[in-house]
Design a protein around this ligand. Structure first.
Ligand SMILES: [Fe+2]
Ligand SMILES: [Fe+2]
Length: 179
């Protein structure tokens, strides 16, 4: 998506700048989740799923990457990359069912995260920005549903892991809004 018609990111109010920092951090994590999956998985179906999602996450990331100023980006980007990679790699070690369940857990969180920004975006009033965030949120909902369609019965361990993934994503966003 093109950032040329956007208002300068330096005009963002503090609250929204924090939200956009967390979006950039989250999309960084998302790209690295799929890199982690691809580093480990030899399952052709899982690899095709990860490659397809990775391409979308890269377009989301480049939007924030190009638009935000370097001072608006999280100082903890190396941590978000490593966390995403580890999440993806551990999921892939668990096999197909773990990858799908983990992606469903992450994307369920991400959809709510983007939706929570709608009111503030409307009052900021940049139509291009709103269209972009709506589109990203729709993409994440597609990712969630594609993964969810493949999730069958989950073991107790996998349920616990998905809880950790969801809670970890929530904490990461809280931190990335600030730092
Ligand atoms: Fe994304
Ligand atoms: Fe996604």
């Amino acid at each position: 998506m093109n950032t040329a018609s956007l208002q300068s990111a330096s005009t963002l109010p503090t609250h929204l700048a924090g939200e956009m920092r967390s979006n950039h951090a989250g999309e960084t994590g998302a790209v690295w989740i799929y890199k982690g999956v691809l580093a480990i998985s030899r399952d052709a179906e899982v690899r095709a799923f990860a490659e397809h999602h990775l391409a979308t996450e890269e377009t989301h990331l480049s939007f924030f990457e190009d638009w935000l100023t370097s001072r608006q980006k999280s100082l903890l980007l190396p941590l978000w990359r490593v966390s995403g990679f580890v999440l993806g790699a551990v999921s892939a070690l668990g096999g197909r069912s773990w990858v799908y369940a983990s992606i469903e857990a992450v994307e369920t969180f991400v959809v709510k995260h983007y939706e929570s920004q709608y009111a503030a975006l409307e009052s900021f009033g940049d139509a291009t920005l709103m269209a972009a965030i709506y589109q990203f949120c729709n993409d994440e909902a597609d990712h969630r549903d594609e993964a969810g369609d493949e999730v069958q019965g989950q073991s107790g361990l996998l349920k616990a892991w998905c809880w950790v993934v969801g809670a970890g994503s929530e904490q990461a966003v809280k931190i990335a809004r600030r730092i």
